[in-house]
Write a protein that binds this ligand. Structure first.
Ligand SMILES: *Cc1c(COP(=O)(O)O)cnc(C)c1O
Length: 302
């Protein structure tokens, strides 16, 4: 199953354990099924960058991420499928001496890894630093952390074609906000977009998203940042319980970093009676299940 196959995506109605009769429908768009490691939104954010790299006759893709990063792994696999070699710049040096499952997989798809201290990693958007990096790796195409470039935002617009117009709300987990921007720009403005932020202090994302919304598209959206469970990559026993219960009730898994926090938040909003009873909600399963391997570590690494 090592191909990226968008035809595996479908809309799965969720059992009433989620809606609890408060709204007309809560369904899930199963983007997680595209590929086990290029899952969900990552493929949509990457494809235009890869086409651009090909047009520029690049040989190699360079990108950035943490030791459990879904983006890093997705890039290693997708670059490989497109015939590029890849370089992964990893945040922090802790994983150098003990690769995570994610990093082992990146290497198995031919990704060369470099580990940077957090201080140096923070220079990843500095143009002088980036030029030096590109000099070390000639003919390379650089994709920013999280695939958060113009190609990522435009590429993600294509997800909107998978959303039938009779939904009133779309729920999406937001990290860099790249997918959120693409969807808000491309969805009809009368469909409300709700973003769930898994980071502590995620309010800054509002401005980040506004920067990239097209004219007339800064409309009918909001972000929730209260369900971060301690911060990005952090979790509580309550969240892990919620994930297991969801899997039992619905028959498929959520990821611990993004989609479980979104569904937990949505469950609370439903319980508070936040939505009108006619609401028809479509939640987007953005994938990331490979990162659940981090659950067997007592302290999540990133
Ligand atoms: C990367 C990721 C996101 C966040 O996407 P952004 O475009 O960065 O906001 C959401 N869910 C999952 C599972 C992801 O891996």
């Amino acid at each position: 199953m090592d191909t990226i196959d968008e035809s595996r995506v479908f809309i799965q109605p969720l059992s009433a354990d989620v809606s609890k009769g408060k709204v007309a429908a809560v369904d899930m768009l199963r983007l997680d099924l595209i590929h086990p490691f290029v899952s969900g939104n990552k493929w949509y954010k990457l494809w235009l960058s890869l086409e651009q790299a090909r047009a520029e006759d690049a040989k190699r893709i360079i990108t950035f991420g943490g030791a459990w990063s879904n983006h890093l792994l997705a890039t290693s696999v997708a670059a490989n499928l497109f015939g590029f070699s890849s370089v992964g710049i990893v945040r922090g040096t802790h994983a150098k001496s003990g690769f995570t499952d994610t990093l082992k997989r990146c290497v198995s798809y031919g990704m060369h890894l470099e580990f940077l201290s957090r201080e140096e990693y923070d220079q990843k958007t500095d143009s002088v630093w980036l030029d030096a990096l590109k000099n070390r790796y000639p003919r390379s195409f650089v994709i920013p952390e999280g695939g958060s470039n113009e190609f990522g935002r435009r590429g993600a617009e294509r997800i909107a074609a998978l959303v039938p117009p009779d939904y009133t709300h779309v729920c999406l987990a937001a990290g860099t906000g790249t997918t959120f921007v693409g969807l808000r720009n491309a969805l009809p403005p009368d469909i409300a977009m709700l973003g769930f932020v898994p980071m502590k202090g995620g309010a800054y994302l509002r401005e980040e998203i506004e920067k990239y919304l097209k004219e007339g598209k800064n409309i009918n959206w909001r972000l929730f940042d209260e369900w971060h469970f301690g911060g990005f990559g952090k979790r509580t026993p309550e969240l892990v319980d919620f994930m297991s219960r969801f899997k039992e009730e619905q028959g498929f898994a959520l990821d611990v970093v993004y989609t479980s926090k979104m569904m937990y938040g949505l469950a609370e909003l439903l319980a508070r009676g936040y939505f009108p009873s006619e609401a028809r909600m479509l939640c987007i399963h953005t994938g990331g299940l490979q990162g659940n391997a981090s659950l067997s570590f007592s302290e999540p690494k990133d």
